[in-house]
Design a binder for this molecule. Structure first.
Ligand code: ADP
Length: 486
């Protein structure tokens, strides 16, 4: 299928290693398809273990020089990369919508959001300050410096094909690390377009490498076992995250894990209901519900349960489902047939156990991978949907009576990524914010992601923080220097 782009060179099928576009050594390729239409977009090279080792070796050589560049020089190159991403926002968004399905407006938003991490960390590159610590002996002085960890591996998912890469590459490169990125094989084209722009920006060969392949086990095997790789930053599912953590144990790599969530979205009876509805729409239905911070369980206080359900249904009925390139579409396709099957199973289980679909509850006529935006009521904690990440446009409404009950329900999960609640009561706002066992709390707010704030989870949602002034610490080691004999 021909794709019209202002800069056709952004559409790549080879991987990017050591500043060069490389094919698979065994000449294997695999197709990238449009999840909306099923149409074939392009065949990309299917790399594996051998090329991943080459990428790690290239990254090792490049890193030695990259870390010696002045922070200001690294910042300059990152700024140029940021600029090129923004200048090519339309092309990047188009590529993303074609391979991932999200509405074009959301894809453009993601390009800008993704670029913001590079911009942010370009500034942070110059603020990696050390400390002079008050001494413990008069003839000694105690200093710390922050140094780049070295070669970093990044394994990223398909739901944010650009932002999940820039959140890692931005701080890694700013700190003086080099990086080998394995993007999801569902969305390799966005990753390769980013690499092309990094190349155009003048990021030196080997500093940023993208290895595309379907054999995640083989590529991941190298990235988690190669002694040269000193850090793995992973965004994806909790089971894969656990596996990668165990693989990293053998060479004691640093890790950042951004894993699954099961976000509660609590609405108390004193809340501004209209604001809560808008927050729920934004948090639940963005990216067709395929984000790890999507509201997964809407907990509504009993006094306002029916009114909330009615208003939410009215708003959901306005959402337009369809191909992401069509104007005005709010909900695109799910990424693949497994995703549709999962949503179907969860909804079926809930309906069989007594839930009601006030709207939706089935696939949409737009195509095999489309699901109707759905609101379920009478949902209870014994249904599978209470404990599983839905990753689809389905809002299950649970009822609670007291604040204690809401908090207990919210925390009744091994996950702890994002949480949300709506209330106007100042004491409750503090009580609930502190009681929620989550890395992030949206208080009277449904969209919380920004490059200026630390994004990350606790419990089985992972460890480490991305974005903010904390984000660069994930890519540095603190070295203690004791100056003696003074
Ligand atoms: P998602 O459900 O978002 O696709 P996954 O955890 O399956 O989450 O995938 C996230 C990333 O992890 C993708 O790039 C995928 O290819 C990769 N991945 C999956 N399994 C493995 C594995 N065994 N080793 C390394 N990477 C893996």
């Amino acid at each position: 299928m021909p794709i019209s782009l202002s800069q056709p060179s952004l559409l790549k099928s080879q991987s990017y290693i050591n500043g060069l576009w490389v094919s698979a050594s065994d000449k294997q390729t695999f197709p990238v398809n449009n999840p909306s239409t099923g149409e074939h977009i392009i065949d990309v090279d299917d790399l594996g273990e051998i090329e991943t080792i080459q990428a790690v070796e290239a990254a090792e050589k490049a890193q030695k020089l990259w870390q010696k560049r002045l922070p200001k020089e690294r910042a300059l190159l990152l700024r140029r990369w940021n600029q090129l991403i923004l200048e090519n926002q339309d092309d990047l968004a188009r590529i993303m919508t074609l391979e991932q399905g999200k509405p074009l407006a959301e894809a453009k938003g993601e390009v800008a959001y993704g670029a913001s991490f590079i911009d942010w960390f370009a500034d942070e590159a110059r603020r990696l300050n050390g400390d002079v610590i008050p001494t413990f002996a008069n003839d000694k002085r105690v200093l710390t410096i922050k140094q780049a960890i070295g070669v970093v591996a990044a394994i990223t998912p398909w739901n944010f094909p650009i932002a999940m890469i820039t959140r890692k590459a931005g701080p890694a490169l700013a700190a003086g690390c080099s990086i080998v990125i394995k993007p999801s094989d569902e969305t390799p084209l966005s990753a390769l377009a980013l690499a092309e722009l990094a190349h155009q920006a003048g990021i030196p060969a080997g500093v940023l490498n993208v290895v595309v392949g379907r054999n995640a086990k083989a590529i991941g095997g190298v990235l988690t076992s190669h002694p040269t790789v000193r850090k793995l930053s992973f965004t994806g599912s909790t089971p894969v995250g656990k596996l990668l953590l165990s693989q990293c144990a053998n060479t004691v790599k640093r890790t950042s894990m951004e894993l699954g969530g099961n976000a509660p979205f609590i609405v108390f009876d004193d809340a501004d209901l209209d604001a809560a509805i808008e927050g729920a729409i934004a948090s639940k239905y963005r990216n067709a519900g395929q984000t790890c911070v999507c509201a997964n369980r809407l907990l509504i206080q009993e006094e306002i349960y029916d009114e909330f359900a009615e208003k939410l249904v009215k708003r959901v009925s306005e959402l337009k489902v369809g191909d992401g390139l069509t104007d005005g579409v709010n909900i695109g396709p799910l990424i693949n047939s497994a995703a549709i099957n999962k949503v179907n199973e969860l909804v079926k289980d809930a309906l069989e156990k007594g839930a009601k679909a006030l709207i939706g509850g089935k696939g949409n006529d737009s195509g095999k991978q489309f699901y109707e935006p759905t609101v379920l009521t009478n949902v209870t904690a014994d249904m599978d949907i209470f404990s599983n990440e839905i990753f689809g446009p389905v809002a299950p409404l649970f009822k609670f009576s007291t604040e204690e009950e809401a908090i207990a329900m919210a925390n009744d999960t091994p996950f702890g990524l994002a949480s949300y609640f709506y209330s106007k009561d100042m004491s409750r706002i503090w009580r609930v914010s502190e009681a929620l066992e989550y890395g992030m709390v949206g208080m009277n707010e449904g969209i919380i992601s920004t490059e200026v704030a630390p994004f990350g989870g606790i419990k089985e949602s992972g460890s480490g923080r991305e974005g903010s002034s904390y984000g660069i610490d994930e890519y540095t080691e603190i070295k203690y220097i004791c100056m003696g004999g003074l």
